[in-house]
Write a protein that binds this ligand. Sequence first.
Ligand SMILES: NC(=O)c1ccc[n+]([C@@H]2O[C@H](COP(=O)([O-])OP(=O)(O)OC[C@H]3O[C@@H](n4cnc5c(N)ncnc54)[C@H](OP(=O)(O)O)[C@@H]3O)[C@@H](O)[C@H]2O)c1
Length: 219
Amino acid sequence: MTTYLITGANRGIGYEHCRQLLARGETPIAVCREASTELKTLGIRVISGIDVTRDEDVAQLRSQLKGEPIDVLINNAAIIENVTLANLDFESIQRQFEVNALGPLRVTNALLGNLSRGSKVVMMTSRMGSIDDNTSGGSYGYRMSKVALCMAGKSLSHDLKSQGIAVAILHPGLVQTRMTGFSGITTETAVTGLLARIDALNLKNTGTFWHSNGEVLPW
Ligand SMILES: NC(=O)c1ccc[n+]([C@@H]2O[C@H](COP(=O)([O-])OP(=O)(O)OC[C@H]3O[C@@H](n4cnc5c(N)ncnc54)[C@H](OP(=O)(O)O)[C@@H]3O)[C@@H](O)[C@H]2O)c1
């Protein structure tokens, strides 16, 4: 049995990770700001009241997990806000950086003591954070924050390798969640693919940017 910690676990892709992991016989720990009814219904351990942008919340998460090993840390929580060149809202860009780029790094740093040789860290990024794949512009805050997250994931893959900890930088696909107005593939399909990538993650392929379908994405 493997222990997975998932942020943003109350809905969308985070919730589906919890559901599928439970069905597989693993031990998911759901981390969220506020538990949803469907998450409560799963009957798994939930740590609520954790906003990934707040040092005090993440310190609280760390103290609740003190001494407990985590095999897989899935940094999934994020926001998207539409920022265009015609409407450059710098506060929104900053907010997206706080949640999408700094949040995962803050959580990972706080939980380093729970990771050990063989543990894995996942950064749930987006293809919108690929510079080579940007053919349409726009989305300043989301795109910039996800590029920064990709870079954090890559640096972590180097810095944690000697400790035997592998890092995956994953794009789920366009997935039917609140973030996309429920268009794209189902959360079931996306998470089945994401878990296959996490299962296959090791110290040889650490630091790779994958689509949930197995394609390696360009930076
Ligand atoms: N859906 C897609 O097509 C798609 C595509 C590419 C990448 N992704 C990535 O996949 C991940 C999951 O997205 P999703 O589609 O499942 O989105 P979602 O349904 O909007 O869920 C986002 C999750 O993040 C949590 N969250 C937001 N701000 C937070 C904060 N400050 N602290 C803690 N939790 C916070 C939300 O919690 P609350 O309920 O409390 O707001 C929610 O649980 C994200 O990293 C997203 O960027 C999604």
